[in-house]
Design a protein around this ligand. Sequence first.
Ligand code: ATP
Ligand code: MG
Length: 227
Amino acid sequence: MVVMELKNITKIFDSPAGESVVLKDINFKIKRGEFISIVGPSGSGKSTLLNIIGVLDKPTSGEVIINGFNILCLNESEIAQMRNNLIGFIFQSFNLINRTSVQKNIEIPAIIMGMKRSLRHYRSQKLLELLGIKDKAEYKPMNLSGGQQQRVAIARALINDPTIILADEPTGNLDTKTGQEVFGLLKMLTKKYKKTIIIVTHNQEIASETDKTIFIRDGKIEKEIIN
Ligand SMILES: Nc1ncnc2c1ncn2[C@@H]1O[C@H](COP(=O)(O)OP(=O)(O)OP(=O)(O)O)[C@@H](O)[C@H]1O
Ligand SMILES: [Mg+2]
């Protein structure tokens, strides 16, 4: 089943130096349960593409079809709601809030969605357990190791039970061993829970362990490889 389709996506940024075409005629389909990696040189448009897949940014032209529906027809608040329900984000720099506890950080997307307190507590406890950080629930994120902070970010991405998980260099700030562990958790999510995951990575070894790798160069899909 296709969960998302990108059709003829183009992205142009205006800059003081003039227009720059960052994505050119991007087309691909994402199937349910697929684990996809996006690789390519720095500046090739990977993050821009991930932001469009995650509906954080709109393309200049083209269509983004989710569950058969062109989401660019929706208004901003409908888009925000759909994003919060369907998509979980994991960033390279974790993006956690240090003032508040690990458990509260995990629950933020659920609070935004209006999930009942008892249900979100239940879910965050389950996720803390699944990700092996149950004893850290009351910690502030800054007192955790990088790998533990990334686990918190993964739990936060999962709290609303999204269909699609997007991760922009999720292992980029981690040492090799911790990066492998975090990657192992993502793999477990596709295998065991049939989550659709798309990661941007510079790590060839990690890319080769996903189902499919999309190579981006100068804003275009250079090739797709089934691993
Ligand atoms: N908001 C913006 N305004 C103008 N130009 C932008 C904007 N965001 C990105 N760009 C440009 O688009 C191009 C692609 O950027 P992008 O962040 O997608 O690259 P990337 O492949 O993720 O690179 P990296 O591997 O370094 O993270 C770059 O040339 C960048 O300068
Ligand atoms: Mg990037």
